[in-house]
Design a protein around this ligand. Sequence first.
Ligand SMILES: [Zn+2]
Length: 210
Amino acid sequence: MKQIDHHIAPEMLADYSNGHLDYATSLVVASHVSLCDSCRAEIDTFDVLGGALLQEEIAQEPSPDLEDTILKAIHTSVAQPRVKASGPLPQPVMEALNGKQPAWKSLGPGIRQHIIARDKKSSVRLLYIEGGKPVPEHSHKGQELTLVLQGAFGDKTGEFHVGDVEVADGDLEHQPIAMHGEACICLASTSDNLIFKSMLPRLLQPIFGI
Ligand SMILES: [Zn+2]
């Protein structure tokens, strides 16, 4: 794989680690992190910090089994991912698809999408764009993250190859175009609500199954 040039900002990685991002944004962050050693190292640091804070909270309210339960849940979720990466689709995407391949719907000649999740404030989808075609806009407002999973696209801000993520707010006027050659597959989120509804730390999510 070509070296990754476009990363997630540390502030967003910290929000991800703390569980402060909505689902759509965190799925793109998780997918980038699964492909990017340097962002994964940063997340590990944030997780250790968050874990230390959690330990402190536990120490203030002693409950001998809770810590074991949490550690077991974390160990299980790390050691036994329910589904594996498939072709260009990384593990977090395959998990979101429950292990199934995307059911592409045509958006016009050479362009397809599969919506993974959508609500009033956010959405996350896979886009398939043949070389030379424009990447469809998926939002007019809020923050957009576009992660390249196969092929490449370019716009006036630069070129984006596999693993690169473009973070754009609604004010950025840009028209990404898939580069000639292999079809471009992207994971794209849009969100105008970056505060995760529940303030539960991401560490606890495996326990509560959220
Ligand atoms: Zn990165």
